[in-house]
Ligand binder design. Structure first.
Ligand code: DGJ
Length: 692
């Protein structure tokens, strides 16, 4: 059968599409790079599968949008109704193709239903990440219930998937599950990417580890809730679909999915992770300050209890520890003494700040720090001037369940967005503010893509008018983290948990997609406010120093010893941030389940740092060597244990690194690994490496 073929590829991967007799294109190859000499027509021809008893006479393809009209035996890529309410079952045919800078646009049409289906596909050079989007256009108003971003097949030898779930204070939980006949579906109808539904999937084989094996990784770049289908068809083939949460699109003439980002890795989870990390840093995030300033947030120091003199004293202490930005959190506006009132009334509280924010900002600026401020623009309390004036601005029905005593404003409304702009812009214009922490503390009462588009429009307008103001995406911690929000923000508040042990896991899993430069990690109070656990300063500080460092405790509670450790670690972070914030985070495969270890490797491969945290007591008495990764096997590296003074008295032996540096080949470091001194649980070793 005559086929059109297309190849998108680079030195890391190839993806070959074929369209037979002008029907929708399907992926006939996705994997390691193919040679230039490969005959794509042959690959197309070779993709034909057999049929036998009990099957229809031709297997419907897993096309970029599997069609009911082709008798597709699984979840289809488009469901909707025509203006008369009849179920759509289009038969798309090739219309046109156009090259774009790093990819192509393919247009297919169904003349009977007057529909155009457009696929935009590109492979970003350098970061080797696919960006794929589907658009549906029609002359008549139709209803779309489900539209998948370009649908991709998963080969049979990748029989497992890693899925993401979580909760408040425990984001980025991963589950490794086998594929099995039937569909594994996520339909996140919370209206935000949410703690429980980070929009991603990694397909892999049982042998895939952080450092080796094959992986296919996907991330849907949308903040409004997504639907994912990972399906094994009855005939054994597998497909992955991502799109907006079901029923979040409504009636219209034009529908678009968010971009689906995807990549194939032949070098384990790390191979995929560094593509996402680099792509986010280089192609998604815009306007992030460099060097990244050390952050201080006053939430866990004062909560709603704002007192100018106390805040000034706290800022002075934070500056002394090395902070370069001070963020005034919730409680500065309306009459907000707790979380029951004032959301929507974005006016400085004269009881707490009789002379406005200027005295505090002037103090912070005199210390040499940037000033940042908290907003939760999308929300409203019933106890607010705004609600009393405009109860009709609320999204959803009046008798809906409240979340944190608050309701959501309908951001699809132009007048609501204008009101919020008119509240926020003067605060930014009249005060020397360089940073917003943008919070979002409840799920939506209805799932609606227009709400997310409204939020995007509001942020875009503010960013255009105040380009120097960085924004942090927070939603009770990590409830809104995705490449959609990160196109317009520069940092994420990964979790409300400042418990370093919990953070170790959360940030380790998040590194499958997020680079250090956007991942906020704060040194919390000695006794964690969210877990009640007491942790030592070395673990707390080094854990935060693995990412974008900040502090979030009352600095007046710190002992002299804690201050000394924190200052030392902060000094180390400042000395290293320029290369570390651009480094690849490589997760290490460790033999001890009590340990989480990772290696941050500089862009030029000349230096690295390893963080090896022991979360609990190990089973064996001797600790297992930590094997490194990503090094040049033939090169020599000098290895130094940065915090050797943390070795406890019970470490009685003489491992080399306890007293000396080690010079060894990349081969030795990757194959044998480092023998580290014995230590207590709930502690961390920090090891630097420099190519010789
Ligand atoms: C939830 C955030 O995650 C916290 O860091 C803090 O900003 C509170 N909201 C303020 O209400």
């Amino acid at each position: 059968m005559q086929a059109k073929t297309w190849h998108l590829g680079d030195s890391h991967q190839s993806l070959v599409l074929a369209s037979f007799a002008d029907t929708l294109p399907e992926v006939v190859y996705w994997g390691p790079p193919l040679p230039d000499t490969e005959d794509l027509k042959q690959l197309a021809a070779a993709s034909a599968t057999d049929v036998t008893g009990g099957m229809v006479d031709r297997n419907a393809p897993i096309s970029l949008c599997p069609e009911a009209s082709q008798t597709f035996p699984g979840q289809i890529g488009l469901t909707g109704r025509d203006p008369e309410g009849r179920t759509l079952a289009p038969q798309f045919r090739f219309e046109s193709e156009a090259s774009t800078s790093h990819g192509l646009t393919l247009t297919y049409a169904d003349s009977q239903h007057d529909l155009n289906l457009i696929f935009e596909l590109s492979l970003t050079p350098g970061t080797s990440l696919f960006r794929m989007q589907t658009r549906l256009e029609t002359a008549r108003e139709i209803t779309v219930d489900w539209l998948a971003a370009p649908v991709l097949p998963i080969p049979a030898h990748t029989g497992e998937m890693i899925e993401f779930s979580g909760r408040w204070c425990a984001e980025f939980q991963t589950r490794r599950l086998p594929f099995a006949p039937g569909a594994r579906m996520r339909d996140n109808r919370t209206g935000r990417s949410d703690h429980a539904h980070f929009p991603a999937l990694i397909a892999c084989s049982s042998a895939t580890s952080n450092t080796g094996g094959e992986a296919y990784a996907f991330h849907y770049g949308w903040s409004g809730g997504h639907r994912m289908v990972a399906e094994e068809l009855a005939d054994g083939r597998r497909q992955v679909q991502f799109g907006h949460a079901s029923a979040s699109m409504k009636k219209g003439r034009s529908f678009s999915t968010a971009p689906l980002f995807a990549t194939y890795s032949a070098s384990g989870f790390n191979g995929a992770a560094i593509r996402f990390q680099r792509h986010l840093r280089e192609n998604i995030v815009v306007g992030a300050r460099e060097p990244r300033p050390v952050h201080y947030n006053c939430w866990e120091a004062v909560y709603f209890d704002h007192d100018l003199e106390e805040l000034k004293a706290i800022a002075t202490r934070a500056a002394g520890l090395g902070a370069e930005r001070f963020v005034l959190d919730d409680g500065w506006f309306g009459l907000r003494d707790d979380d029951t009132s004032s959301l929507g009334d974005w006016v400085i509280d004269k009881r707490k700040y009789p002379d406005g924010l200027t005295p505090l900002i002037a103090h912070v600026k005199a210390l040499g720090l940037e000033f940042g401020i908290w907003f939760e623009p999308e929300m409203i309390n019933e106890d607010s001037e705004l609600f009393r004036a405009r109860p009709d601005w609320v999204l959803g029905s009046p008798d809906q369940v409240r979340g944190r005593q608050q309701l959501v404003l309908d951001l699809a409304r132009e007048d609501v967005r204008a009101y919020l702009y008119d509240c926020i812009a003067p605060v930014l214009a009249q005060n020397d503010i360089g940073y917003i922490k943008w919070d979002h503390n409840r799920v939506l009462p209805v799932v609606d893509a227009a709400q997310t588009e409204g939020v995007y429009a509001l942020i875009d307008r503010l960013r255009a008018d105040f380009p120097h103001v960085e924004i942090e995406s927070c939603a009770s911690g990590g409830g809104r983290i995705d490449f959609g929000i990160l196109e317009r923000t520069q940092r994420v508040w990964l979790s409300d948990s400042n418990d370093a042990l919990e953070r170790q896991r959360i940030q380790h899993e998040a590194a499958l997609f997020l680079p250090a430069s956007v991942t906020g990690s704060h040194v919390g109070p000695r006794v964690s406010h969210t877990s009640g656990r007491t942790l030592n300063m070395s673990l707390r500080a080094w854990t935060a120093a693995q990412r974008y460092l900040g502090f979030e405790m009352d600095p007046r509670e710190l002992s002299d010893e804690e201050i000394a450790t924190l200052k030392e670690v902060t000094g180390w972070w400042k000395a290293n941030r320029n290369w570390m914030m651009r480094a690849d985070i490589l997760r290490l495969d460790v033999s001890d389940p009590a340990m989480i270890a990772e290696q941050q490797l500089a862009e030029d491969g000349e230096r690295f740092v390893v963080f090896a945290a022991l979360l609990r007591t190990s089973d064996p008495i001797l600790q297992q060597p930590v094997r490194l990764t990503g090094l040049d096997a033939g090169a020599s590296y000098r290895i130094n244990l940065v915090n050797r003074e943390d070795a406890p008295g019970l470490s009685r032996g003489a491992p080399l690194l306890k007293e000396n540096t080690l010079v060894a080949s990349g081969q030795y470091l990757m194959s044998h690994g480092l023998i580290l001194p014995w230590r207590f649980p709930e502690s961390i070793w920090v090891i630097e490496g420099q190519r010789q």
